[in-house]
Design a protein around this ligand. Sequence first.
Ligand SMILES: NCc1[nH]cc(CCC(=O)O)c1CC(=O)O
Length: 308
Amino acid sequence: MRTVVVGTRKSTLALTQTRWVMDRLREANPRWELRQEKIVTKGDRILDVTLSKIGGKGLFVKEIEQALLDGRIDIAVHSMKDMPGEMPDGLVIGAVTEREDPRDCLITRSGQSLEKLPSGARIGTSSLRRQAQILAYRPDVTVEPVRGNLDTRLRKMEEGQFDAVLLAVAGLSRMGWQDRVTQALSTDIMVPAVGQGALAVQCRADDVEVLEGLKRINDSKTERAVRAERAFLRAFEGGCHLPVGAYAEATDGSIRLIGMVAHPDGRKVLRGTVEGSEPEQVGRTLAQQLLEKGAGALLSALRKEMSR
Ligand SMILES: NCc1[nH]cc(CCC(=O)O)c1CC(=O)O
């Protein structure tokens, strides 16, 4: 028997995801005794400021990673899309779980689709990636920031603060709320966030026993797809709160990756596709392709605007 402590954020979504992973782990490793440890992160405590102002999505992950490094926990379950491109020394992703629906979706109060929403409709999202792509498709709507957990965002829409909100299908379906989706958006309109729909199960790089056990719940196709997406993201240094998206489909032999870099106002959206067999290579090649189309200048101008 080995006691394995699994760390998670305290949000209902994080707890649901962790419970799901713990069930898989229990099946795959009957000799493990699994215990759950809840960790409150800065991102969960500070809810009244936009994420990019307090340091981006990475802050949800950082404090949990510290608990791993300190040995307070042995395994951490994260939404893959919340993981920054780079990871601290000493930690690895030991397993990537099978990806759920990777798409973003629109939830409208009226039930109208994106095409039917009236001009001037207010859409709640704090993601620059979602903002850019929705404005590129519907330049006549307005985008307003919204923070908080999934239920908070849905409630704010129902109360009339917004006419619609944009969320990941995967988060809603893990909560059992897939019937709330008005319209799942095709990746032609909305390229998802890197890693969206997959879970990352992280551990210490030298914890051989845990690594062995995590391998048993790894989904190799999702892993290859996410490796390509993350290699793409890393090429744009610190891209986790920038308007960058990527989505890959992988078989055992090949990978097809689509990527997107945009200006938040939606007036410029650069997209590209690359196919290949080696995930990191595919990611870097696509990043290079978009850099040649002007993604570098776009993002450095944006970084300057955001740091003002
Ligand atoms: N940004 C927060 C976040 N992190 C992971 C998910 C759920 C979807 C997923 O695992 O990809 C969500 C909610 C959302 O963006 O709608």
